[in-house]
Design a protein around this ligand. Structure first.
Ligand code: NAD
Length: 262
């Protein structure tokens, strides 16, 4: 049996990027996985089938919108009905909007706070009773280096990510004696669709090439001069689910090539 055999992992925003990488890692370790996120129905079904074939557990998909508390609650209850509990909850769904604060679209601000922060409250409140009853659980919040430091023009994102780091610490203390840990992972830049979408606009805005954007803008603060990979983040997440990490709780773990050390 894989090291997560018999466990169920729900990963929000796992049809793409980091969430998909984490879901792949959990499936490889034998867990049941609940995928979530938007995208083309045929492509999502192909991903579900791919992960299902790699895991000794079962892989399902729920298209709940992370701006909608009732859909989030139904997603968690559906996972519990299928698998017994949600043992590993990863709050990963996230979006980005880059704009000066005085021009920031109001609905964009509300969407970022809802998806990147509030959804983690709704998933945790629905999943925790089952974890408590079982005496085991792992909550992993995908924050960001922007949960620890700021950059200009990302006010909603930085606010939401700092908020989720605070939520991580609070939940960790509340459930510490119940066999449940709650931690945040704070990645630096990872080349996912979320970041790739920012490159052409940044190149245009600054009058530089896309390669220069990668090296001189995105990796400017990343001392390794390397993007973080989804595989590295998957390894960190699986470690946080291991017995060795039982006493690691309430941390915001930078995986950022030295960005927040400077
Ligand atoms: P991505 O755009 O590749 O994936 C985002 C996922 O969230 C997708 O599956 C998308 O369908 C889903 N999603 C978006 N809105 C949703 C909604 N309303 N309901 C349900 N799902 C929704 O992005 P990514 O880079 O993989 O980002 C994942 C997380 O990692 C985000 O929270 C992001 O802030 C964080 N992060 C990313 C980086 C990076 O450099 N890529 C760095 C630090 C933190």
């Amino acid at each position: 049996m894989g090291e997560l055999g018999g466990k169920t992992a729900l990963v929000t925003g796992s049809t793409s990027g980091i969430g998909l990488g984490l879901a792949r890692g959990f499936a490889k370790a034998g867990a049941n996985v609940v995928l979530n996120g938007f995208g083309d129905a045929g492509e999502i079904e192909a991903l579900r089938a791919e992960l299902d074939a790699t895991s000794e557990g079962a892989v399902s998909y729920d298209g709940a919108d992370m701006t909608k508390p009732d859909e989030i609650e139904a997603m968690v209850q559906g996972a519990v009905a299928r698998h017994g509990t949600v043992d590993i909850l990863v709050n990963n769904a996230g979006i980005q909007i880059v704009s000066p604060i005085d021009e920031f679209p109001i609905d964009g601000w509300d969407r970022i706070i809802a998806i990147n922060m509030n959804s983690a409250f709704h998933t945790a409140r629905a999943a925790l009773p089952g974890m408590k009853a079982k005496g085991w659980g792992r909550i992993i919040n995908i924050a960001s280096a922007h949960g620890l430091v700021a950059s200009p023009f990302k006010s909603a994102y930085v606010t939401a990510k700092h908020g989720i780091v605070g939520m991580t610490k609070t939940v960790a203390l509340e459930v510490a004696e119940a066999g449940i840990t709650c931690n945040a992972i704070c990645p630096g830049y990872v080349l996912t669709p979320l970041v790739e979408r920012q490159i052409p606009d940044t190149a245009k805005a600054r009058g530089i090439t896309e390669d220069q954007v990668k090296r001189d803008v995105l990796l400017a603060a990343q001392w390794t001069k390397k993007f973080v990979t989804v595989e590295q983040l998957s390894g960190v997440a699986n470690f946080l689910c291991s017995d060795a990490a039982e006493n690691i709780t309430g941390i915001a773990l930078p995986v950022d090539g030295g960005w927040t050390a400077a």
